[in-house]
Structures are given as structure tokens and as C-alpha cells.
Design a protein around this ligand. Sequence first.
Ligand code: MG
Length: 203
Amino acid sequence: MKIICIGRNYSEHAKELNNEVPEEPVLFMKPKNALLLPEKPLYYPEFTDDLHYECEVVVRICKNGKYIQEKFAKKYYNEVTVGLDFTARDLQQKQKSKGLPWEVAKAFDSSAAVGRFVPITPEMDLQKLDFELKLNESTVQHGNTKDMIFSINKLIEYASRYFTLNIGDLVFTGTPAGVGPVSVYDHLDGYLQGEKLLDLDIR
Ligand code: MG
């Protein structure tokens, strides 16, 4: 099982981190050990002083595939939730400034938290999903998948050009503006279409 993540897929977020709006999806991966299942706390890692949340819509792959065309992509995922792409922002900035890979900042253990998955129904428009993150009960991120630079189906097409997608793989589709730091004892709640799917404590 692998976790495919997309960076800079909302232009307002790309701008807040002083990044260019990309012409192609910015893709990176997290290993299986990065997965943090619902109801588990995140233990603040000792190697960072600036751990950030990034709330994202996450889809689960339900069919193996390679070279998937955008028009067929929706057959390859059948569940959706909200997740958190935890990022050690201090380490990431250090790696970025040297032009080095950023796995240490983004792919560490428990850095990919997911909420409860819900089935994708035919009535659901995946490119009009409203999602929200609350930090200690205040809204810190509020996004809608209509603002994605690359649609979910485009992302599937792009990723499957390089990597075979397998059943159970997850795709984190990028975060909107509003990322920020968390502290020990913070509480995060994630919502999709107004339904709470993620509930996470920082310890
Ligand atoms: Mg992200």
C-alpha cells in the first residue's frame, strides 16, 4: 500500500508558501508507516519545532491500474474522506532551500492521518466537495474541491503514468490555504460536506 500526495493543488495555498502555481501536478509519496488511522493520536515528533496540519480530500483506490485515462479514472476509486498531510515545515523549508528531497519533512511515521472513509455515491460531485478543518473548535481551513488546479481524475491519470495504482492505495489531493502549526494537546476535527469524519488529538 502506498500513499500518493499532491502538493500545490490550490493556487491560494501555493501563494501562501511563496510557491509558483504548477503547470503539472507536484507529486510525492509517503510509505505505509506514515498512515495514521482514525481515533489514533499523533505524537508530536521530536525532530521538528514547527509541525503543520494540511487538510486534504483523500480517495481510496479500488482497482489496480496503470496508464489510466482521465475519462476512466473515476472507476478506480470508490471511497473518500478528509485527511491530514502533517508536515515538519522547518525541515521542509531547509530541504527546499537546498533543493533536497523532503521525505524527512513529510513522509515520517504517522504523517498521513485519515478520517473515516465514506462510499462515493453517483450523486456526489467529487469536484464540488466542501471540506473544513477545525483546530480547537475554530475553523482554520475551509476548501472546496472545485478550486483544485488539477481534478482528482487528472491526478489519477498523472500518477498512474509513473506508478501502478493498487487497491488500497490512497491519494491525498492537496490542501487549500490556511495551513498552520499545531501544539501538544491541540484537537483537530475534519469535515466533508458538513459531516465530521476526522477527530484527532495531538499528544
Ligand atoms: Mg499537502
